[in-house]
Design a protein around this ligand. Structure first.
Ligand SMILES: [Zn+2]
Length: 461
C-alpha cells in the first residue's frame, strides 16, 4: 500500500529520564528547554502527560504498541513478544519508510523495539564499528568532553534522512540526561555554583555510575543533591540544543514533518523514597513532558486532559492513516482530540525484577534495601489524586494537586474515593493479567560492550 502523497513525515523523540518539572517549558526556573518551547509555540503542549511505567524498555514498549506495560510485558528482562503489532510495522505497511535511532540499548532491537523499522541505528552497532574507539569515547564522556552519543546519533540521522524515501516515520531516543550525572562541560558551567570544583563534578559521576546510584541515593548530602540537579539540568539543556539542531535539520530537509517530543520516564532526587529511576512510580517518575507540532496539530494550544505516552501510538497511526494497533484494556485517545476527550484515570505499572537480578543487586549494594524497593508497583491517577499499590505494602492515596511531588497518605481523609480507586486499579490489573501473553522472551545480552553500557547506566549489577 502506498502512503498518500500528502502524508506527513512523523518523528517521535524520547528524551530519557527527563521529568516534566525540570523543563522550562513547564515553568522550571532554569532555562533548560528553549527549543522544546519553540516547538510548543507552533504546536500543542500537554500539561498532564503520564508515562506508562518507570523504566525505559517498558515505556518504549507502550509507546510502540499503544498497550499498557502489563499487556505487552516488556521490562529490563523481557523483550516485546512477537505478534503484538507496532507503530513502525503499521506505518511501514502503509508505505512509510521507517527509521529508528537510539543511544540506549533499553530502547533498541535488543528488546524487540526494532520490529517494523527498515533501518535501526543504535549504540551497540555504533560501538561495534569503533571497538577501539569505544573505551576512549567512554572516557571522554566521563571527563565531560563528549556526550552520551547524541551528537553522533544526529549525524547518522541526518545522513540517513537526506537520502531515504519519504514519507518517513522516525524514532529518536536521546540519553544525555540519564545517570551517571555529568554533562558536556561547556553546559555544566551554565548551572553549577561558581565554587564547584572539577573534582566535585567527577566525584558525582563516579558515585552515580552503575548501580552505585542507589547506594548514593541513600547517603547523598543536600549539597550533593543540589550538584546532581545542576548537572542533570545542564544535560537537559545540552540535549535540548541537540533537539533544536534536529528540528532545524527537518525544516530544511523534511519540512512536512509532525514532531512529537516526550520522555520515557522522569527522575527522582529523594523527594520521597526514590533516587534515580527504575524502582517506583512516584510523580517524579511518571510525569513527563509532551509536546507535538506540525501539519494540522493545533498551534499554541495547551491541553489539560490526562494523557498517557501510549496515546502517541494511536495518534501516529491515525495521522498516517494506518491500521490501528491491538486493542487495550484501558482507554487510548488520539492526542489531536485530547482537549475534548474525557479520561478519568491514567495508570502505570512497574514489574519487580527477578530474584536472580535482585540477588545481584543485593550483593553489590550496601545502603540500598533492594527487597524493600523491588516490588510490583501499580498506580492509578486522576487529575487530582493518585493511588499507588506496592505488592506486600498496601496502598497509599496522595493529593497530587496540592502536593505536586506526592505528599502524605490521605486515605483516611477520603476513604470512599480511596476504595473506588482501589477497585478500579484492581480491575485494570486483572484485565491486564488475563490478556498477558507469555510469548515474550528473556533478553540475552552477550556483547561485552553492550553489557558495559547497560552496567554504566545502572541497568545491570
Ligand atoms: Zn529511560
Amino acid at each position: 500500500m502506498a502512503a498518500s502523497e500528502h502524508a506527513p513525515n512523523i518523528l517521535i523523540v524520547t528524551i530519557d529520564a527527563v521529568r516534566r518539572d525540570h523543563c522550562s517549558l513547564y515553568g522550571y526556573e532554569r532555562p533548560t528547554t528553549p527549543h522544546m518551547e519553540r516547538i510548543a509555540e507552533r504546536g500543542t503542549v500537554f500539561e498532564n502527560a503520564i508515562a506508562d511505567s518507570g523504566w525505559t524498555a517498558a515505556t518504549v514498549g507502550s509507546l510502540f504498541t499503544g498497550l499498557c506495560a502489563g499487556e505487552h510485558g516488556v521490562d529490563p528482562e523481557h523483550s516485546l513478544p512477537e505478534g503484538i503489532p507496532t507503530v513502525a510495522e503499521r506505518l511501514r505497511d502503509t508505505g512509510y519508510h521507517t527509521a529508528g535511532f537510539s543511544t540506549n540499548p533499553m530502547a533498541s532491537p535488543l528488546f524487540g523495539h526494532g520490529r517494523g523499522f527498515d533501518h535501526f541505528w543504535y549504540w551497540e552497532r555504533w560501538s561495534a564499528r569503533t571497538r577501539l574507539g569505544a573505551p576512549l569515547r567512554y572516557l571522554g564522556t566521563r571527563l565531560g568532553l563528549s556526550d552520551m552519543g547524541g551528537a553522533d546519533m544526529l549525524k547518522a540521522l541526518s545522513k540517513h534522512v537526506r537520502s531515504c524515501p519519504k514519507p518517513v516515520f522516525g524514532y529518536v531516543h536521546f540519553n544525555e540526561a540519564h545517570s551517571p550525572y555529568g554533562s558536556v562541560r561547556a553546559y555544566e558551567r551554565m548551572f553549577l555554583a561558581r565554587n564547584t570544583s572539577w573534582r566535585d563534578v567527577r566525584d558525582i559521576a563516579r558515585k552515580t555510575g552503575h548501580i552505585r546510584i542507589y547506594d548514593f541515593g541513600e547517603t547523598a548530602t543536600d549539597e550533593e543533591i543540589e550538584l546532581v540537579k545542576a548537572l542533570y539540568d545542564a544535560s537537559i539543556c545540552y540535549q535540548d540544543m541537540l533537539l533544536g539542531k534536529l528540528v532545524a535539520f527537518l525544516h530544511q530537509h523534511a519540512p512536512n514533518t509532525v514532531v512529537i517530543v516526550t520522555a520515557d520516564h522522569g527522575e527522582a532526587f529523594a523527594e520521597e523514597q526514590a533516587f534515580g529511576h527504575n524502582f517506583c512510580l512516584e510523580e517524579t517518575q511518571i510525569r513527563v513532558p509532551l509536546v507535538m507540532a506540525g501539519q494540522d496539530i493545533a498551534a499554541g494550544e495547551q491541553v489539560n486532559t490526562l494523557v498517557q505516552t501510549r496515546d502517541i501510538a494511536q495518534t501516529v497511526c491515525a495521522i498516517a492513516g494506518a491500521e490501528q494497533l491491538a486493542e487495550t484494556v484501558a482507554q487510548r485517545i488520539d492526542l489531536r482530540e485530547a482537549s475534548g476527550a474525557e479520561r478519568k484515570y491514567a495508570y502505570a505499572l512497574r514489574t519487580a525484577m527477578s530474584e536472580e537480578k535482585a540477588a545481584e543487586h543485593r550483593e553489590k549494594l550496601t545502603s540500598f534495601d533492594v527487597d524493600e524497593h523491588n516490588r510490583l508497583t501499580t498506580c492509578i491517577r486522576s487529575d487530582r489524586f493518585k493511588l499507588t499499590r506496592k505488592a506486600g505494602a498496601g496502598t497509599v492515596l496522595q493529593d497530587v494537586a496540592s502536593h505536586p511531588l506526592g505528599g502524605p497518605d490521605c486515605t483516611s481523609d477520603h476513604p470512599v474515593l480511596a476504595a473506588e480507586m482501589q477497585r478500579s486499579l484492581s480491575q485494570w490489573e486483572q484485565a491486564q493479567l488475563s490478556r498477558q501473553t507469555d510469548a515474550s522472551s528473556d533478553v540475552q545480552i552477550d556483547d561485552p560492550l553492550v553489557k558495559e553500557r547497560l552496567r554504566g547506566l545502572g541497568y545491570m549489577a
